[in-house]
Design a protein around this ligand. Structure first.
Ligand code: SAM
Ligand code: SF4
Length: 318
């Protein structure tokens, strides 16, 4: 379905849990987040029922996210259940990669198409600092396992932070070239949940593009992705993408809505608008009533964000 600004909304991002096995400095407080009661989470059956309604109004692509989606028990079964929904053409997942090595092959078998892995440094010590508790090696193994399982193309997401990891851009590009990866650089967003200290991490992706162009011949790459500015490095299979919500708003091309783990539909990442679908499902609403509510949410999708970053990223799923 189209929203009021003629954007075709065909992409739903579903957070399946608030919990995470890491504590990234730009996403969560050091002590983690209070655990949601299991009863507050949408069950797999509830998610699938809602996705059926979304599919009927034109959603074709689902991304599972979190928190960390691979810590939700039985996530592979959810993938299989979503695969069976008529109209859903693509199912992807965003993960920190910690549990990917053990799960990649089963996820593929159950119907996952692709995976995005978040990785902000190639330095083991820095990885521990950024994630506060994680180890780098399992992520590298997870990326390898995902490629071997055919979760293709594997995309790497890096949040670029001034003075923290921006010195590694050439290392990221080299790994992308060696492994034929698609590497996406995301501008840091100072959202709720991060401390004052983190707020000066922001740097514009324009600076990175300029640095990379000094070393590589980068040709703009036409790709169906709507929000990322992509370049291919000449003579390689590496694609470098830049997602720049602050320096270059891409709202006019935004084709997505988001659902939180407790079933709130968010028409925009950076607005306070939300529609509690779980309460409707549990209150006995019909599919038709739910469809109308989703259509209302999509109609009210803001034209563009005003950067009201109230909600922490681990609740929204990125
Ligand atoms: N745990 C999974 C992961 O890290 O890939 C999925 C959830 S995480 C919230 C989704 C994406 O949001 C990750 O790529 C993460 O780097 C990004 N993210 C989290 N906080 C961010 C922030 N403050 N600014 C920009 N991106 C952020
Ligand atoms: Fe966890 Fe992902 Fe947030 Fe890092 S970015 S704390 S891995 S939810």
């Amino acid at each position: 379905m189209n929203d009021l600004y003629k954007r075709q909304i065909d992409y739903l991002r579903i957070s399946v849990t608030d919990l995470c096995n890491l504590r990234c400095i730009y996403c969560m407080p050091a002590e983690g987040v209070p655990k949601m009661h299991h009863a507050d989470l949408l069950s797999f059956e509830e998610i699938v029922r809602l996705v059926n309604v979304f599919a009927r109004i034109g959603v074709k692509k689902i991304r599972l996210t979190g928190g960390e989606p691979l810590v939700r028990k039985g996530i592979e079964e959810l993938v299989a259940m979503l695969r069976a929904v008529e109209g859903i053409e693509e199912i992807t997942l965003t993960t920190n990669g910690q549990l990917l090595e053990e799960k990649a092959s089963l996820l593929k078998h159950k119907g996952l198409d692709r995976v995005n892995v978040s990785l902000d440094t190639l330095d083991p010590e820095k990885y521990e600092k950024i994630t506060r508790v994680g180890e780098l090696f399992p992520v590298l193994k997870g990326i390898e396992a995902a490629r071997e399982a055919g979760l293709f193309p594997v995309k790497i997401n890096t949040v670029v932070m001034k003075g923290v990891n921006d010195d590694e851009v050439y290392d990221f590009a080299e790994m992308a070239i060696e492994q034929g990866l698609s590497w996406r650089f995301i501008e840091f967003m100072p959202l709720g949940g991060v401390g004052e200290e983190q707020k000066h991490y922001y740097m514009s992706n324009d600076i990175l593009i300029e640095r990379l162009k000094k070393k590589y011949e980068m040709v703009p790459y036409t790709h169906k992705t709507l929000i990322s500015e992509d370049y291919m490095i000449t003579g390689t299979k590496a694609v470098l993408g830049f997602i720049s919500p602050l320096s270059h708003k891409f709202c006019s091309r935004c084709n997505r809505v988001r659902m939180t783990a407790d079933g709130r539909l968010l028409p925009c990442l950076l607005s306070s608008l939300e529609y509690p679908l779980r309460d409707m499902v549990r209150g006995g609403a019909s599919d038709e009533e739910i469809r109308k509510k989703i259509e209302e949410a999509i109609k009210n999708k803001p034209k563009e964000h005003m950067f009201q970053g109230f909600k922490p990223m681990h609740t929204i799923g990125g």
